[in-house]
Design a protein around this ligand. Structure first.
Ligand code: ZN
Ligand code: ZN
Length: 344
């Protein structure tokens, strides 16, 4: 089968691999779609660790085509979304219900073979069944949605509150839709790229701002005279953290959701955190949120047709990865059983 194999920092190749066999407790999945994530780009660039030789791809869904020993709750023909993050269940973090912080966290597409392949073996603990009426490819969005849901749980938004959303990329657009469902009244999106600002408006942003404008702060103040109640950072940048601390209202919560480069350091004013009594929180992966993500997708609560802007066959992975950096791209799917590119 064709697969996208990580060979080491800066090296990724489409290779032929033997079709895998499910071990006890695993199923074999015919992959319908696997999304490209910012993390995949980080892995390929060498700024996020992955095991050399592994097949990449952690946002995927497909159909079960074979069962290993001991599978009782799933059957051949079931369409499933995959939670790629495998936790040990026995370390102190797992025991206290913080499985995302597991000391022995493994992940499909990072430390063991993932979904940029025609077939993939997956432990049954990672499977979430999709309802029949839901197109299987939409299940590939469950992982990023589940990560956003954990972030929003950490944000603690109350209905009727206002939000400043920093960054209008793929995660920003997912957050934008989820924030609307969560009852945010005003959602102002700050994004330097004009194409992305335009799209944020189409997807329901109350207004958009350009963070490179010299009067950005006073524009924010026009929308939020006291400052926004909640701020969601999705860019993984330094200036956005400074902006968030600067404009947050007293008592606000800031969710730093973006994946920053590990070596990034940012000067901030701790006095503002003290004096405004700010809450600054991170969010890591998708603990206990995958089922809710599938439910939201199955109930058509997210505009998947707008969110998925491009689809590529496996052999065009390099082109797909490059396209992800372009402003018009939101979510890009690899369709492993498709031969020809059908991106718009
Ligand atoms: Zn991801
Ligand atoms: Zn653990």
């Amino acid at each position: 089968m064709k697969a996208v194999v990580f060979q080491g920092p800066g090296q990724v190749a489409v290779q032929d691999r033997p079709k895998p066999q499910p071990q006890p407790g695993e199923v074999l999945i015919h992959v319908a779609a696997c999304g490209i994530c910012g993390t995949d780009a980080h892995i390929v660039e060498g700024s996020y660790e992955a095991t050399p030789g592994v097949i990449l791809g952690h946002e995927f869904a497909g159909t079960i085509v074979a069962l290993g020993e001991g599978i009782e709750d799933f059957a051949v023909g079931d369409a499933v979304a995959v939670d790629p993050n495998i936790t040990c269940g026995t370390c102190s973090f797992c025991q206290r219900g913080e499985k995302q912080l597991c000391q022995h966290l493994k992940a499909l597409g990072v430390t063991r073979d993932g979904g940029f392949a025609e077939w993939c073996t997956v432990p049954q603990t990672q499977l979430y069944r999709l309802p029949h009426e839901m197109p299987t490819w939409q299940g590939a969005l469950a992982e990023p949605v589940a990560c956003c849901l954990h972030g929003l749980d950490r944000l603690g938004l109350k209905q009727g509150e206002t939000v400043l959303l920093l960054g209008g990329g793929a995660i920003g657009m997912l957050m934008l839709q989820l924030l609307q469902h969560a009852g945010a009244t005003q959602i102002i999106v700050s994004e330097p790229n004009a194409t992305r600002r335009e799209r944020a408006l189409r997807l329901g942003a109350t207004a958009v701002l350009d963070p490179t404008a010299p009067d950005w702060e006073s524009q924010v103040a026009r929308w939020f005279p006291e400052g926004p109640d909640r701020i969601v950072e999705t860019a993984g940048a330094g200036p956005t953290l400074q902006q968030a601390i600067q404009v947050a209202r007293r008592g606000a919560t800031i969710l730093y959701f973006g994946v920053a480069r590990p070596e990034l350091e940012v000067p901030i004013r701790p006095y503002a955190i003290y004096q405004k009594e700010l809450t600054l929180t991170g969010s890591f992966v998708n603990p206990y949120t995958h089922g809710r993500a599938v439910s939201l997708l199955a109930a058509s609560k997210l505009d998947c047709d707008t969110l998925v802007t491009h689809r590529f066959p496996i052999k065009a992975f390099a082109t797909a990865l490059a396209t992800q950096k372009e402003a018009e791209a939101i979510k890009i799917l690899i369709l492993p059983h498709t031969i020809e590119e059908n991106s718009p």
